[in-house]
Design a protein around this ligand. Structure first.
Ligand code: HEC
Length: 105
């Protein structure tokens, strides 16, 4: 009895850790809309036509590890840390080498 309680508790801990890991990754569906609203205003108009499929997952990872180095970072108006995570999730999950590359249009 004691033992199965321990296993059950361990299982709960693992599940909690997994769901937290997903939360930290950002929400790609939300990111798609945030990207359209806050980035596509320039990208695809006055700036490069950037889509998730413009880069590989590794390239997006590298870029978002240091977003303050991106040329337009100062123009990211009203982009919260959460938005940043969502945008990263969207760009990364639909990158050139992802299972479903996406073009933003
Ligand atoms: C006010 C206009 C503007 C906005 C808004 C903007 N950008 Fe940019 N961005 C630029 C310009 C200009 C450049 C540099 C030249 C280019 O790539 O066209 C650039 C460059 C970049 C680059 C580097 C391009 C490359 O090929 O390496 C990335 C990545 C990027 N922006 C992402 C974003 C993201 C993500 C957002 C939204 C959070 C955003 N930008 C919002 C104008 C903008």
């Amino acid at each position: 009895m004691k033992r199965s309680t321990g296993i059950f508790a361990a299982l709960i801990l693992v599940l909690a850790a997994v769901s937290m890991a997903f939360a930290a990754e950002g929400n790609a569906r939300k990111g798609k809309y945030t990207y359209r609203a806050k980035c596509r205003t320039c990208h695809g108009a006055t700036a490069s036509d950037l889509s998730p499929s413009s880069k590989t997952q590794a390239e997006w990872k590298k870029i978002f590890a240091k977003p303050e180095a991106i040329k337009c970072f100062k123009d990211w108006k009203g982009v919260s840390p959460e938005d940043k995570g969502d945008i990263f999730a969207y760009l990364h999950d639909y990158a050139k080498d992802s299972p479903s590359p996406a073009k933003c249009n």
